[in-house]
Design a binder for this molecule. Structure first.
Ligand SMILES: Cc1cc2nc3c(=O)[nH]c(=O)nc-3n(C[C@H](O)[C@H](O)[C@H](O)COP(=O)(O)OP(=O)(O)OC[C@H]3O[C@@H](n4cnc5c(N)ncnc54)[C@H](O)[C@@H]3O)c2cc1C
Length: 385
């Protein structure tokens, strides 16, 4: 850590502390996985405050509203954010997915038009990839976009679209060549959601909240100028987006994991579960596992930078999602029989929410089975199944 980095850490910490113990004290710790419905309006205000403070798009070039911050400084920001118990980020997909994609693949005009809304904390984006027949097998996308003059007209259905019910825009993978199959003939389109041809239906989850949605396109329109990359080259752009997933946010995410583990350990100490050898053994293993996650993430980021390779991303995803799913199971085992009942109006305890939501960790962003296929083929050289 250089002296500049230490100074930067002090600046981030002071700013976050001032905001999260002052004007935004009411949103500290709210939102996030399994609790996305909490304080939505205030969290949008918080995103604007982050934007006004210059904390969104830290690593982006200065001419596009960023600070050109180093990788180390981006990691510091995420660490301090987690330490300060900052609220769940609503603009995660805006800042971490579509923003970097536009920077890497977008035209000068698209950068000028779309990036300022993100760095200002204004525009909330969602990811329109998955469909009822295209999840792990994303190349099966069937949503069509037909060109009419200088617009595309979209017809089809997306599913599991996180935050679509509150998002302004969606980055959509659609088939622009009707005669094409699989990876060819797809295009990456930026589509405004506030229009007559779009219907968003929230899906109620087992956690009781609705974080994701079905999105129906029936004659929705977007200008051809909103296509990122060439027509038919959407697969390459879409895969580029996935390369940005997690990246520098991983270390901040692990501080959140540490907080969850500390919570489970404290509960175990309080209710006597810590004295049961089997549970104590699992708690220690969880602690060790988290250290391993951290060392792996640090060394991956050191060697790879903000965009990690497919294989490294697969290994990391497999590792952290399995760790957190196991932590969810451990949390309810530590809770004991209280885990079997819920409070009034389906009020779940933090352990129950952790248990239920962490099942999703091994599915989204590429399921564990799919990650294992990638590791088997690319690292171990095993034949394709
Ligand atoms: C919380 C959450 C948020 C999400 N947010 C978004 C979002 O914002 N935008 C978006 O586009 N999508 C989103 N998704 C969707 C997610 O990307 C898909 O769920 C995921 O890709 C799996 O696809 P699927 O659900 O269609 O399952 P399927 O692909 O049908 O898989 C079903 C089962 O079969 C297994 N399987 C599939 N193929 C293989 C194979 N080749 N070998 C071995 N096993 C296989 C899978 O591992 C899984 O266990 C989200 C999902 C979750 C859970």
């Amino acid at each position: 850590m250089t002296a500049d980095d230490e100074e930067f850490r002090a600046e981030v910490r002071a700013w976050l502390t001032e905001q999260l113990t002052g004007e935004f004290a009411d949103v500290a710790g709210l939102g996030g996985e399994g609790r996305e419905d909490e304080a939505l309006d205030r969290r949008r205000e918080w995103e604007r405050r982050l934007g006004a403070g210059g904390w969104i798009g830290l690593g982006w070039p200065v001419e596009h509203g960023g600070r050109g911050a180093s990788l180390a400084q981006q990691v510091i920001f995420h660490e301090e954010y987690a330490r300060a118990n900052g609220p769940g980020r609503l603009l995660h997909m805006s800042e971490q997915l579509v923003g970097p994609t536009i920077l890497a693949f977008g035209s000068a005009e698209q950068k000028r038009r779309f990036l300022p809304g993100i760095t200002a904390g204004e525009t909330l984006w969602c990811q329109g990839y998955s469909e009822p027949g295209a999840g792990s097998d994303l190349a099966g996308v069937r949503t069509r976009a037909v060109r009419e003059g200088d617009e595309y007209v979209l017809t089809g259905q997306k599913v599991w679209t996180s935050l679509a019910h509150v998002a302004d825009w969606c980055f959509v993978l659609a088939r622009t060549d009707p005669a094409s199959a699989r990876h060819a003939g797809l295009s990456y389109l930026l589509v405004p959601l506030d229009q007559p041809g779009v219907e968003v239906r929230p899906i109620r989850q087992i956690t009781g909240t609705s974080e994701f949605n079905e999105v129906f396109f029936d004659g929705a329109r977007t200008p051809v100028a909103n296509r990122v990359g060439d027509e038919g080259d959407g697969w390459r752009v879409a895969m580029g987006t996935l390369g940005f997933e997690r990246g520098v946010a991983t270390l901040g995410q692990q501080i959140g994991f540490r907080r969850e583990l500390d919570h489970v350990v404290a509960l175990a100490r309080r209710n006597g579960a810590f004295d049961e050898p089997e549970l104590r053994d699992r708690l220690v293993r969880a602690w060790v596992g988290l250290r391993v996650l951290r060392y792996t993430a640090v060394s991956t980021l050191r060697s790879a930078g903000s965009s990690v390779s497919g294989l490294e991303a697969s290994l990391s995803k497999l590792q952290w999602s399995t760790w957190r799913r196991d932590l969810g199971e451990l949390a309810v085992d530590v809770l004991g029989e209280d885990a079997l009942t819920v409070g009034e109006s389906y009020g779940l305890s933090p352990e129950q929410t952790l248990f239920l939501f962490s099942r999703a960790d091994t599915i989204y962003g590429g399921s564990n089975e799919v990650q294992r296929n990638i590791v088997a083929e690319r690292l171990l050289g095993l034949p394709r199944g």
